[in-house]
Design a protein around this ligand. Structure first.
Ligand SMILES: [Zn+2]
Length: 212
């Protein structure tokens, strides 16, 4: 049974609570103007939409999201700061393929085709529902008493498992939003409606550098 809000708005209480908490946590966004041959694929509205779908406890450490231009020739898509409170999402070229970041996973999952440049929507979907979720995974505390940052917070494998788990959960139900990146690509939905299981492959370590 869904509890209704005590304000009588009809909004499920859990969602109302999440929104209230989300409003109490102030996240700052910073933008660096990208170079001539790169652009930002995401902005704060995209991130806010995603965060609004997640329980606040999984992003309560987050304080700042940077949209910067430090991909170093598409060798890096995103990273977290040392204190695990800031996430950076890097600008990328206007024409790009990110298939190299997928190990034993199909780019179809995000709306792209192997061997071709990715459509903008596929890049945005991947940057938000894979890269950003992966970086958010690095903010999760896995050993609270550990003295070193490396042991205290999730490493790459656990961060990717976090991303895969939340993406699967968020995409398991249709989400009403005018921006299609918040749902799986139409091709995937068509497959699913023909008897396919809405389930993703297991987490794989990807070819990001050590800073991801
Ligand atoms: Zn990582």
């Amino acid at each position: 049974m869904i509890e209704t809000s005590r304000r009588g708005t009809g909004v499920p209480r859990r969602a109302w609570f999440a929104n209230e908490t989300a409003m109490a946590i102030k996240i700052t966004y910073s933008y660096t103007r990208p170079g001539e041959l790169r652009k930002h694929y995401l902005n704060e509205n995209d991130v806010q939409t995603l965060l609004g779908r997640l329980p606040p406890q999984v992003w309560s450490r987050l304080r700042t999201v940077h949209f910067n231009d430090r991909s170093i020739g598409v060798r890096r898509l995103g990273y977290v700061n040392q204190g695990r409170r800031e996430i950076a999402i890097c600008a990328l070229p206007p024409n790009v393929s990110l298939t190299r970041y997928l190990v034993r996973r199909s780019p179809l999952q995000f709306g792209a085709v192997r061997g071709s440049q990715w459509p903008e929507g596929a890049v945005r979907r991947f940057m938000l529902y894979d890269v950003f979720l992966h970086e958010l995974g690095h903010l999760q505390i896995v050993e609270p008493k550990a003295s070193s940052v490396r042991r205290k917070f999730a490493g790459h494998t656990k961060a990717q498992q976090f991303a895969d788990r939340w993406r699967a959960r968020l995409w398991s139900q249709p989400y009403e939003h005018r921006d299609p990146i918040h749902n799986p690509p139409p091709e995937m939905l068509a497959r699913l409606s023909h008897g396919g299981k809405r389930k993703e492959g297991t987490a794989e370590y990807r070819t990001r550098n050590s800073e991801c």
